[in-house]
Design a protein around this ligand. Structure first.
Ligand code: ADP
Ligand code: MG
Length: 307
């Protein structure tokens, strides 16, 4: 495997931030570390990037143990949540910063930097101050600065958390394009399931410093291994170890009777609460389908599944 993480553990005094974390990643894969705030995502990323000292474990990148070497020797690059750009420097100076330490002549560095600006659709921005840029543009500069050193592994810590919804969608596409242009492997930390669904080849779902499930987005959603997985990705009706997703309750003439007790407009879909066999279930229907009203009798089919 391209990256292997073995039994990573890190404590801050008596807080166990992560415990016995193991996973591996293939070359060119985009893996999302997903989980609620405080579950240990940043700690994993910083352990791999070399910004914190781990208590125990192994980190093997391209067949080389890197857990004991400095961050600048690791062939990883990190894009931080707050971008960490130099506010007093221009766009091009920010982008080529990492080349200073790699014995590049200024002229060659500038050439590389200009090439990077083109790839990132920032042509013409070289002499602008980064503080004058929009959030999305700053994000591109941060990506350029990380990519210019040609890392083997790109680490991204909640890179889209400061962007509005529209821009997030654009930047997700952009990241997939960058993966193909640079042939790069990425670990992407997020608490946002939409980020994970949109870009991840696989998701590492975390809970309280431990891995809950590792799988493709599709498998985690359709075959959650635990109650935590079931509830973190999407929502579900559940009880007695059985669950049904709200969109999996179907309306059918041959179905069984239920009563609509609540309804809510959600934009592209409606969310209903229906009562069926003395139990309430959430059910969703797209807004191009027939609308129901409170008190309506509906006929439903559903298959409850085991977690
Ligand atoms: P996430 O990125 O998923 O929000 P973190 O990896 O930042 O989670 O934090 C995991 C746990 O470790 C949290 O309980 C957090 O409070 C704790 N923690 C993180 N960094 C430090 C630190 N420098 N000192 C003490 N505790 C920390
Ligand atoms: Mg974090």
């Amino acid at each position: 495997m391209f990256l292997e993480i073995k039994n990573l553990t890190k404590k801050y005094k008596d807080i166990e931030a992560i415990r016995n974390i193991s996973f591996s990643i293939r070359e060119k894969e985009i893996v999302c570390i997903l989980g609620p705030s405080g579950c240990g995502k940043t700690t994993i990323l910083q352990s791999i990037g070399g910004f914190i000292e781990i208590d125990s474990g192994e980190i093997i990148l391209d067949d080389k143990n890197i857990e004991n070497i400095g961050p600048e020797e690791r062939e990883t690059a990190t894009v931080f949540q707050s971008y960490g750009l130099f506010p007093h420097k221009t766009v091009i100076e920010n982008i080529i910063y990492g080349l200073k330490f790699r014995k590049y002549k200024k002229k060659d560095a500038l050439l590389e930097g200009k090439r990077m600006l083109e790839v990132l659709n920032l042509k013409g921005y070289e002499d602008k101050r980064v503080t004058k840029l929009s959030g999305g543009e700053q994000q591109r500069v941060a990506l350029g600065r990380a990519l210019i050193v040609k890392p083997k592994l790109l680490l991204l810590d909640e890179p889209f958390s400061n962007l509005d919804t529209k821009l997030r969608i654009t930047m997700r596409e952009e990241l997939l394009r960058i993966r193909d242009v640079f042939n790069i492997t990425m670990i992407f930390v997020t608490h946002d399931q939409e980020d994970a669904f949109s870009i991840a080849d696989r998701i590492i779902l975390m809970n309280k410093g431990r891995i809950e499930q590792i799988d493709t987005p599709r498998n985690i959603y359709l075959n959650p291994k635990t109650e935590f997985s079931l509830n973190f990705l999407g929502s579900a009706n559940m009880g007695n170890g059985l669950f049904v997703r709200p969109e999996s309750i179907k309306i059918s003439k041959d179905g069984e009777e239920a009563i609509v007790v609540k309804k809510k407009f959600k934009g592209s879909y409606m969310e209903y609460v229906i009562e069926y066999k003395d139990k309430e279930y959430r059910m969703t229907r797209l807004n191009n389908e027939e609308e129901f009203h409170i008190g309506d009798k509906v006929y439903i089919e559903m298959k409850e599944r085991k977690i």
